[in-house]
Design a protein around this ligand. Structure first.
Ligand code: HEM
Ligand code: HEM
Length: 226
């Protein structure tokens, strides 16, 4: 068995750009003052990342597709049982339990980004759809924007603990493949290439959509001074 490509470039770029974006979002909202403009721009970019990965889950390469890793409770339980046996079976793509992470992250980050569009800091900055929502929706969105991030961070902690457990308890390194794309597997289990042309077309389309959504479609944003 030799090293073969398993994680395509778009999946890896999505992952590490998402990590950087979320860090940037936290920094510009919770640590730095007067960085709301940058917070908005990173938020739009993050929204694009999420939409891209959602579509890549249907049009991407073998292990990027939802169909390769979304499993039912039976598969998850038998996978967990196999880990406590001597002959551990490691999956080439996401394992049945780990496969739940991507949908959960897409939903949570999606909610965070969408609620941001309707949120105001009640000082000077408001998301592009803040004015078009009534008070009840604004309150809801504000609530979501303040709370979903904490749930997401809880999930990230579980994610990192699971990776550490794989590394030290199961002696299985998941991080290097997420960086290089390659795993030691049979040649038939590898993917031939990253489908970069499709990824580029998809990324440009998503970019135009997000631009339309946040810059063209919304009503003009008023400035708020209290
Ligand atoms: C904000 C923090 C993070 C979030 C939201 C996050 C989210 C995700 C998501 C959604 C996936 C699935 C990727 C896909 O199929 O497209 C994933 C996979 C993965 N992430 Fe993270 N991640 C975070 C931080 C990290 C960090 C810091 C590391 C490294 C120490 C890491 C290592 C990995 C690895 C190794 C996988 C592949 C797991 C597997 O083989 O099934 N992640 N992560
Ligand atoms: C996924 C992307 C995003 C993440 C992870 C994120 C994260 C955060 C976090 C952690 C806070 C601090 C909340 C708190 O103090 O409890 C915050 C505040 C805020 N965010 Fe975002 N955000 C995102 C996208 C957006 C977008 C797209 C907009 C608007 C276009 C936006 C607008 C705001 C505003 C106005 C605040 C200040 C709220 C206040 O002071 O009450 N965010 N964001």
């Amino acid at each position: 068995m030799k090293k073969n490509l398993v994680w395509d470039i778009p999946v890896r770029l999505f992952h590490w750009l998402l990590v950087l974006s979320l860090f940037g979002q936290w920094l510009t909202a919770e640590v730095l003052d007067n960085f709301m403009d940058i917070h908005f721009y990173i938020g739009y970019f993050t929204l694009g990342l999420i939409i891209f990965r959602l579509l890549w889950g249907f049009f991407g390469t073998r292990y990027a597709k939802f169909s390769s890793f979304i499993a039912g409770p039976k598969a998850i339980i038998s996978y967990l049982q196999s880990l406590s046996s001597k002959q551990k079976v490691f999956t080439t793509g996401h394992n049945p339990l780990g496969g739940l992470l991507l949908p959960a992250v897409l939903i949570l980050v999606g909610l965070q980004a969408i609620s941001g569009l309707f949120t105001s800091d009640e000082i000077v900055s408001a998301g592009p759809y803040y004015d078009s929502a009534n008070g009840a929706i604004q309150n809801w969105m504000q609530w979501l924007h303040h709370n979903v991030f904490d749930v997401l961070m809880g999930l990230v902690v579980i994610h990192l603990l699971a990776i550490a457990w794989y590394r030290w308890a199961l002696k299985h390194d998941l991080i290097t493949p997420m960086l290089t794309g390659q795993k030691v597997v049979e040649a038939s289990k590898g993917i031939a290439h990253s489908k970069l042309v499709s990824a580029l077309i998809l990324a440009i389309t998503v970019g135009f959509f997000v631009y339309w959504l946040v810059a063209i479609n919304p009503p003009p944003v008023a400035e708020y001074y209290y």
